[in-house]
Design a protein around this ligand. Sequence first.
Ligand SMILES: [Zn+2]
Length: 207
Amino acid sequence: MHREGHYGTTLFVGAVCVLVLGIITGMIATTVMMIYARVPDQDQYIPESIISHRGPTHSVLFAFILAFISASTVTYPFHFGQQLAVEHNLISTAVIVPSTVWAFFAGVVVISILTHIITDALTKGGGFKVKPLWPFSLWSPALGLCTADDKRWNTALLASGATAFMTTILHEVYYSVLPTVTVFWVITLHTDIINIDGLVDSVAIYN
Ligand SMILES: [Zn+2]
């Protein structure tokens, strides 16, 4: 599939992440997945004699190796940043445990690469069918719904993925963010009323 198709299916998965993880964590997960959405296709820039297109980079093994390297690379600077923030009294204690950052990032990268493989498996594949179980098996699933460069399929996937993602964002804003803001606003207003009453009472006592 082309770029539009991959971004479309990634946004679909991002919509599920927003529903399951909440708006902030879901959007962070979606951003990471969008960055990794087209990593497997970078094999097209490597000579076919060294690595075949839709070969090793379109496998579960690649997903796990990339997730391990990426999560390990991101976690240490994050942990270091938190330590620095604690030392400079910007935060009182580390907000997120490093192992949680690692697990989150690794999980999101794996999901992103698996989404890419599944999206490519929708196509006919021709001589370039995905091999998810490489190097243990050369099983090549190809549903054959379209060719990778099918403009209608790529556009439809992007449009429907973007619509699904925006819908879940609006859903979360309406059902989670707005009620929280409203409750906070009411409590703040109520506190002001209490203060005004207290002020009126104190003035009355003084007089
Ligand atoms: Zn691909």
